[in-house]
Design a protein. Structure first.
Length: 148
């Protein structure tokens, strides 16, 4: 099975809860999973075969949470060699804001611009949808895991 590191960017803990939930689901499928609530530049170089799952929220102003900002800045300023690295995206956002999902798109684009390969489509959990984020995340992660 695969080795997966979940990079978590959270302000109030929602993304951390989702990250823990999908981590448990991936472990149940036999994957080796670690959670990283303060991802840094050196975490990208830790193991090039490791798959990265980005799980983060989107602030009302469309920015990434403070704990994942350093990683984003490293990607966009230092251009690390991550071409070919596989990754996935889960973004928690709120469609009542005009900046809906902007942080998710920014981080996804930063990985893509450096040649990383996204596995599957991003999961966007909309706080205004009324859907249960845990159910959506469980269903999505099973499909995502089948693609890796």
């Amino acid at each position: 099975m695969s080795k997966i590191q979940i990079f978590i960017g959270s302000v109030y803990g929602g993304a951390e809860q989702v990250g823990e939930l999908v981590g448990d689901e991936l472990r149940a499928l036999g994957h080796d999973v670690s959670l990283n609530t303060y991802p840094r530049a050196e975490d990208l170089a830790y193991d090039a075969s490791e798959i990265i799952l980005l799980c983060h929220s989107n602030t009302g102003s469309g920015e990434l949470p403070d704990n994942i900002q350093p990683l984003y800045l490293h990607l966009t300023r230092d251009f690390p060699r991550i071409a070919g690295r596989r990754y996935g995206v889960i973004n928690l956002a709120d469609s009542s804001y005009t900046t809906f999902n902007e942080a998710g798109k920014a981080l996804d684009t930063a990985f893509e611009d450096l040649g990383a390969i996204r596995v599957g489509e991003p999961l966007i959990l909309d706080a205004c949808s009324g859907d249960d984020p845990a159910t959506l995340a469980r269903n999505w992660i099973k499909t995502w895991a089948s693609l890796i």
